[in-house]
Design a protein around this ligand. Structure first.
Ligand SMILES: Nc1ncnc2c1ncn2[C@@H]1O[C@H](COP(=O)(O)OP(=O)(O)OP(=O)(O)O)[C@@H](O)[C@H]1O
Ligand SMILES: [Mg+2]
Length: 395
């Protein structure tokens, strides 16, 4: 007789009153080990408990479906052991708890903002949807050019849903050993399915490359096939967010696995205005100054706007006599990759060209009196310069 078996059995019975895959797995392991060690009676007793619990689960129609999100899942804590790559011991994931996730949603146009809020509404109302057999969307692919706030958004969505994020770590997942990457992906999904969490696959293209890429052979196919199976298996287990800025590299079958596919564009001029205003805080700028800055960085990403704002703050603190035009010219000179090449050329040319380009841009409707202080001129001297320029163009 196993010592304290009555207590062990009572513990198992109580755990099985709200069974998760992990609980069933562990009790099955215990049963198997009793069986192996010759404790037949105890093993049979656990088998009975397991089969009663399964019958109960089958008799309760909503149970399996309700395990979709939190029901019966284990909670991740700071002590939860994360899965690792067996060869290198590198963790396959990193966990972010609520307090470590962004408080604010990134700034987007209203229609994107509404779209995002509707996903969250759906995800937090899954019980209601399940009652009428409407399976909520459980996966979302966020894609778009670099620096547009995709990772920030994915983390914020998880924060709103109110469960921790399991962020896949690519350096852990990808292995040069044949077959290991697939095994790691399988282990990562098994971990995410066991716990109540959002699985975040950032820089997703690295593991979801086109299967028919002629440069990659069998291993990529194997990895993508594993990923497809894992995404299918997760469908009814929890939320998954994929993020990529190389959407063209994704295998079409992977695309299809995501219920929601959301493109994040570079900020519109209205959004850029608000972004700069926020990023430049605590410094306060006039509306015309912010509009001027928006003109300069139009088409850039939110991350570029953040970088430029820090640049402006540093320049203004270090040199009290400088002005926005000088700062932006220096920024244009040293940040060619972040700016529209045509605007950059204009900015780096003469004041006259710069001012004329600003005044000619119908989308901004700049007024001479607003631009004059930005260029460190009086309204009348700016007006004279423009007239001179017009005269010379006539000649
Ligand atoms: N629309 C935005 N609103 C607020 N912050 C933004 C926005 N776009 C970018 N940022 C800021 O820019 C930085 C980079 O954002 P993030 O890492 O989320 O971009 P990403 O789209 O994931 O980039 P990548 O594709 O290169 O991974 C963050 O500090 C983020 O807060
Ligand atoms: Mg990112």
């Amino acid at each position: 007789m196993v010592k304290n078996f009555n207590i062990i059995k009572a513990l198992c019975r109580s755990a099985l009153s709200n069974p998760s895959d992990a609980i069933v797995h562990q009790i099955s392991r215990l049963r198997d080990s009793y069986e192996k060690e010759g404790y037949k009676k105890e093993a049979k007793s656990l088998t009975n408990l397991l089969s009663t619990s399964q019958t109960n689960a089958e008799m309760s129609p909503s149970r399996i479906e309700k395990s979709f999100v939190a029901r019966g899942k284990e909670e991740i804590t700071a002590k939860t052991v994360l899965p690792v790559d067996k060869e290198t011991s590198t963790p396959l994931a990193e966990v972010f708890f609520n307090s470590e996730l962004p408080l604010e949603i990134p700034l987007f146009d209203d229609n994107i903002q509404h779209g995002i809020k509707s996903i969250i509404h759906e995800w937090t109302q899954y019980d209601k949807l399940l009652e009428i057999d409407a399976m909520p969307a459980s996966s979302c692919l966020i894609y778009g050019v670099p620096g547009t706030g995709k990772t920030h958004l994915a983390k914020w969505i998880s924060k709103e849903i109110g469960i921790p994020v399991v962020l896949a770590r690519l350096e852990g997942l990808m292995s040069s050993f044949l077959g290991t990457t697939s095994r790691n992906i399988g282990n990562l999904f098994a971990f995410a399915n066991r716990y109540n969490c959002v699985l975040l696959l950032d820089e997703f293209d690295a593991i979801a490359k086109l299967r028919n890429d002629p440069n990659e052979v069998g291993e990529v196919k194997r990895v993508v096939n594993t990923l497809l199976q894992c995404l299918d298996s997760r469908r009814e287990k929890g939320f998954t967010i994929g993020v990529t800025n190389h959407q063209g590299l994704l295998d079409p079958a992977i695309w299809r696995r995501f219920d929601i596919q959301m493109e994040i564009p570079v900020p519109s001029s209205e959004v850029m205005f608000s972004l700069l205003k926020n990023f430049l805080q605590p410094l306060v700028f006039k509306e015309s100054e912010l509009k001027f800055l928006v003109w300069c960085v139009e088409g850039a990403s939110g991350a570029d706007a953040q970088m430029m704002s820090n640049w402006i703050k540093r320049a203004l603190v270090l040199d009290k006599n400088t002005n926005l035009v000088t700062i932006m010219r220096r920024f244009a000179l040293l940040n060619s990759g972040r700016m529209d090449p045509i605007k950059r050329k204009i900015m780096l040319h003469s004041d006259e060209d710069f001012i004329s380009a600003l005044l000619a841009d119908k989308n901004y409707s700049f007024k001479q009196k607003d631009l004059a202080p930005i260029f460190g001129m009086t309204a009348s001297s700016l007006s004279k310069q423009i007239s001179k320029l017009k005269e010379s163009e006539k000649i």
